[in-house]
Design a protein around this ligand. Structure first.
Ligand SMILES: O=C(CO)[C@H](O)[C@H](O)COP(=O)(O)O
Length: 220
């Protein structure tokens, strides 16, 4: 099966979990775009959606959905998002699309985080995908030096500015054997806004699309 067909299959499975009358969180990326296609069909029984990026906000609006400011909701019953890498423990690397900070915020508010992915995203150990860090522009060189001390090889994502006005360093060469520990350590570097390890708030459920069907991993 083509990768896009698998992404769509995962998105369709996630659409079955959308509660009636709810405001839900919506992530960013090509897999989530298939989910937004599904939401378009469900929009009459959805109160609204909180977007994790400007791109998703635009897409939700185009689909006719009401976009809600996160500050006006106390809790989201559901957050659906993709991942660049995901393990069987439901820890992830995210931020390939550069939306990691807002994604982490929306995920923190959500009661249930459902990760949708095709089978290519499943890994045993995180770190083959370059780890994105959102960094305050004036701290870029300092943060890069600190990352090099940790054994990483940082590279500035050229010509890219996040929705928050910051830059992204993509870091190769990190061995992520203890994802929660590295997530915390990287957050301690002054100038780092967020790093793309999602381990302190992992997904609750992974919907992994394979040729044999969509596997449910983690809590139901
Ligand atoms: O973290 C993300 C964006 O910041 C995305 O979830 C991640 O990059 C996966 O994207 P795609 O579904 O296009 O493979």
């Amino acid at each position: 099966m083509q990768q896009d067909a698998l992404k769509r299959a995962a998105a369709q499975e996630a659409a079955k979990l959308v509660p009636d009358g709810a405001i839900i969180g919506v992530g960013t990326g090509s897999t989530v775009n298939f989910f937004i296609d599904e939401l378009k069909r469900l929009k009459h029984r959805l109160e609204g959606a909180v977007a994790s990026s400007v791109a998703t906000e635009q897409r939700l609006k185009e689909a006719g959905l009401r976009v809600v400011d996160l500050n006006s909701v106390d809790e989201l019953p559901l957050y659906v998002d993709g991942a660049d890498e995901v393990t069987r423990h439901l820890t992830m690397i995210k931020g390939g699309g550069g939306a990691l900070t807002r994604e982490k915020i929306v995920a923190a508010v959500a009661k249930k985080f459902v990760c949708i992915a095709d089978k290519s995203k499943l890994v045993d150990v995180l770190g083959k995908f370059p780890l994105p860090l959102e960094v305050i522009p004036m701290a870029r060189s300092f943060v890069a030096r600190q990352l090099a001390r940790l054994g990483g090889i940082p590279q500035l994502r050229q010509g890219f500015v996040t929705d928050n006005g910051n830059v992204i360093l993509d870091v190769r060469g990190l061995t992520i054997l203890d994802p929660p520990a590295l997530e915390s350590e990287l957050n301690q570097i002054p100038g780092v806004v967020t790093n793309g390890i999602f381990a302190r708030r992992p997904a609750d459920l992974l919907l992994l699309a394979t040729e044999q069907g969509v596997q449910h991993m983690g809590a139901a």
